[in-house]
Write a new protein. Structure first.
Length: 198
């Protein structure tokens, strides 16, 4: 496990040194000229799931056998020449393409910008909802005031004697309209407040 932990630490060090976000996966190539490390029962392949999980790798980790020099470059032709490198030991090195690091950084920034825009939009929507609620409450105060004044006028003892019947009918209809408006505004305000709390 010491080798596996060293590789995981190497992937994290590469991220830190290139300011690559841990939220984004990266492809890694592991080079070694020690066949025992790269065998199916070797430390690296046997613990591949740990490397992929804790190293935040993209897809399968690529293993390059540096002991096979058939290409004349100890397997280095399989490594992207524009790669960041971390030397775990002279016999074990980690590589990841610089293009992948740059893409991860760009994607992370795009995610952050999108999150900021969404938060700003949500804040704007919340502000508009609050303003609309305040408008409704102000309107309710006004309608209630009109209703109370009209009700007080109609309840006076001399109202039926002094006010013509036609005017009484008009004001009675207006009173009913104001009562309906009050009920509607109260229900709307209650609904808006419940939505805001949900």
């Amino acid at each position: 496990m010491e080798v596996v932990l060293s590789v995981i630490q190497a992937t994290r060090s590469m991220r830190q040194s290139h300011q690559a976000p841990v939220t984004k996966t990266l492809p890694f190539t592991i080079w070694s000229d020690d066949p025992s490390l790269l065998s199916e029962q070797g430390a690296l392949k046997k613990n591949l799931h740990y490397l992929e999980h804790f190293g935040r790798t993209e897809g399968d980790v690529v293993f390059v056998d540096g002991s096979n020099a058939t290409d004349g470059a100890q397997g280095m032709s399989a490594v992207d020449p524009l790669s960041a490198a971390h030397v775990v030991s002279p016999r074990l090195k980690i590589y990841t393409p610089l293009a992948s690091i740059q893409k991860a950084i760009a994607d992370h920034r795009a995610d952050e910008e999108l999150r900021a825009r969404l938060n700003a939009n949500a804040s704007s929507r919340d502000k508009k909802k609050e303003q609309e609620l305040q408008r409704l409450e102000k309107k309710l105060v006004g309608v209630r005031s009109d209703l109370e004044k009209l009700a007080a006028k109609m309840e006076r003892a001399e109202y039926t004697q002094r006010v013509p019947v036609e005017i009484q009918k008009v004001e009675s209809a207006r009173k009913e309209t104001l009562q309906v408006q009050v009920e509607h505004l109260e229900a709307t305000i209650k609904s808006r407040k419940e939505d805001a709390e949900a």
